[in-house]
Design a protein around this ligand. Structure first.
Ligand code: ADP
Length: 463
């Protein structure tokens, strides 16, 4: 009863139109957002931006011209407001983005950490000017707030375009940032789809772009910027991955299984850091896979509002059908090793294991709770490392071994931004363990690290 009561106040809420500049709201196309776990649950309605709004917003944008230290105080105040509004943000993360309670808490903490870290390190260098921030739906609060607060800390005017799947969370975050004291001319929200993103990255009034999303979109943005923006305008891009983990025959089996389950299936596999291809040394493979399927049987897939849910829905019907097609193809080829039941309503995909010969079999990143498994013989270890590097991506990598020299020699050779040894392949710590990839996975510098803020400064002022 308490859980239903907690859900009730957020039912069918109509959110104010996008907070562009005061006065020019309400004329926009409303969009109704549904809960991916419970399609009948209307989370709210949000106004979406038009191309004309992009024009108005760019005319109205004004860099945040107050001393860096005062910007920092306001961003820290916004962090306080996020914490005070925990319940509302938490409900939105569960209902609009399908986050389990564990994921929602972790995401809120990360968002608050970003606000405090960038706020506290707000640089006094001149701002780039107008900064476009384009964010994905998988961390609709943390990545959104991280990009926006870094750009604001550096004194820019921000034009934020959240993913079309999660505008309500972004809307709420912006409302709290405004309430903390960020002027409307320094932070405008333009909810919409890719066309709004394209307009915001090809207008000469834009001086820099922060983007997190797919590698393909990052490439489109790079060429739009090259054609239209001032040369040297910064593009900070964090993109996809094809992440692997190697488990050799000396690994502790229980530890490896726990790490695999969390790395592959937490957040329903919808993390760019998630484990996609597991390499198990052949002589322990049967035993380890038996333990792994045993652990997977314990996972409950369902409405993330329910405390017992380990795995929530994938973000929408389009994502669900793409993943289901991938599984069906593997099924037809007799390569599905293990599959669990999933609820029939809502956009659920249950955790699934698929056999592959190696990471090269993965044509693209499957952004869901699907783990591909390959085996290798002792003498094939170097070839496995080469195959992992050959994907061209380089975001996360996991290693489970108890051979000391191997930790060093493999870590030295693997081209990945974040390497995790004998633990789950998840997460970063704002300030001390920043996150970001190499190659096709991003341009760097890492988010939450010491060099990130410098990229939001005027290009001439950058080191
Ligand atoms: P994902 O696969 O995570 O949805 P996308 O790259 O498609 O990744 O989307 C990430 C963000 O980029 C979203 O906010 C989306 O609307 C935006 N986007 C999509 N196409 C473009 C584009 N051509 N230019 C700028 N932004 C875009």
């Amino acid at each position: 009863a308490t859980i239903d009561a907690a859900r009730a106040p957020f039912h069918a809420h109509t959110w104010e139109a996008a907070p562009l500049l005061a006065g020019d709201v309400n004329a926009h196309t409303p969009k109704t957002m549904h809960n991916p776990a419970l399609p009948a649950d209307v989370v709210g309605t949000v106004a979406t931006a038009t191309l004309e709004d992009v024009n108005t917003a760019l005319d109205a944008a004004k860099p945040w011209d107050i001393p860096a230290q005062e910007r920092g105080v306001i961003l820290n105040k916004a962090a306080d407001l996020y914490e005070e509004n925990f319940g509302l943000l938490f409900a939105l993360l569960a209902r609009e983005a399908g986050k389990t309670q564990l994921d929602a808490v972790a995401e809120l903490r990360e968002a608050v950490d970003f606000l405090r870290y960038y706020g506290t390190h707000a640089p006094a260098t001149p701002p780039a000017g107008n900064f476009t921030c384009i964010s994905p739906w998988n961390f609709p609060l943390a990545i959104f707030s991280g990009q926006v607060s870094a750009a604001l800390a550096a004194g820019n005017a921000v034009l934020a375009k959240p993913a079309e799947q999660t505008p309500l969370i972004a809307h709420q975050a912006v409302a709290l940032l405004h309430k903390a004291g960020v002027p409307r001319s320094a932070l405008q929200l333009l909810p919409g789809a890719g066309d709004i993103g394209a307009a915001l990255t090809s207008d000469p009034r834009v001086d820099g772009v922060a983007f997190t999303g797919s590698t393909e979109t990052a490439m489109k943005i790079r060429s739009a910027m090259a054609d239209n923006l001032t040369p040297g305008a910064p593009l900070i891009a964090e993109t996809g991955g094809l992440n692997a983990m190697i488990v050799d025959s000396t690994a502790l089996p229980e530890q490896a299984v726990t790490a695999i389950v969390e790395s592959a299936f937490q957040s329903a596999g919808q993390r760019c850091s998630a484990l996609r291809c597991l390499y198990v040394q052949e002589d322990i493979a049967d035993g380890l896979l038996e333990m792994l399927t045993g652990a997977m049987k314990e996972l409950h897939t369902g409405d993330p509002w329910n405390l017992a849910a380990d795995s929530g829905p994938v973000i929408d019907a389009q994502a669900q059908s793409g993943i289901a097609t991938h599984i069906a193809q593997a099924q037809a080829e007799g390569r599905v090793l293990f599959e669990l039941p999933a609820p029939q309503t809502g956009t659920f995909i249950a955790p699934t294991l698929i056999r592959v010969t190696g990471i090269a079999d993965l044509e693209r990143e499957i952004f869901g709770p699907v783990l591909h498994v390959a085996t290798f013989k002792s003498h094939e270890l170097d070839a496995v490392v080469e195959a992992i590097n050959a994907t061209g991506y380089g975001l996360t990598f996991g290693l489970q071994t108890r051979i000391d020299d191997r930790v060093q020699s493999i870590s030295d050779r693997i081209e990945a931004g974040n390497i995790y040894v004998n633990r789950n392949q998840i997460g970063a710590i704002v300030g001390s363990q920043p996150f970001g990839g190499e190659g096709l996975s991003g341009t760097g510098p890492k988010a939450g690290g010491p060099h990130y803020l410098a990229r939001f400064a005027k290009p001439e002022a950058q080191p």
